[in-house]
Design a protein around this ligand. Sequence first.
Ligand code: TMP
Length: 204
Amino acid sequence: MMTSFIALEGIDGSGKTTQAALLYEFLSSNGVDSILTQEPGGTPLGLSISQFIKSNRGITALTESLLFNADRAEHVEKIIRPALINGSHVICDRFVGSTLAYQGYGRGLSLDKLVNLCDEACRGLYPIINILLDIPVHTLDSRRGAGNRDAIEASGATFLDRVRKGYLELAGRSPSHWAIVDGSQSITEVSIEIQRLVRPYIYG
Ligand code: TMP
């Protein structure tokens, strides 16, 4: 059986973590073998890196990208690839797209260099489809608690706007591997659209 690697992408507050969990529940309740994982944080190393980055301001963009990719290298070899080989579909909350959007478009690192770094880290294993939950930055404040901003989110609306535009550019450049979903719809509407999008990759 062919298994599929599906990534959910989007700016902080876009709802992708909720949607990744709903997709996992949907597949599980339909008897489809899948795992739900995330970056950063899908491995013990990733959890430590995630906590470190969230609680330390002023880390350089290059350091961030190296840390996220250290997590990715572990995550791909220890969690994602084994799951795919063992017959599970993989739903991943963030993957390479996040590094390109955040450290590339958001923080200004060379996209070409990041593409090479990410390729080393994931050893050429990419999602069959990246689902981008797109939402305008100015609508975010009404959707999340202001007290919950981590170091990256604290970079502000201008930063997140660059990230959002970066995502849209990435999706526009590779339409066969990206799908854009309007994240400002209701949770149910978004989740139905995601279920429709993944169907060909799950059921063939
Ligand atoms: P999360 O809130 O979805 O757990 O993601 C943590 C933060 O890390 C989020 O602000 C996005 C950021 N991030 C990057 O900047 N680059 C990356 O490669 C990844 C995976 C996450």
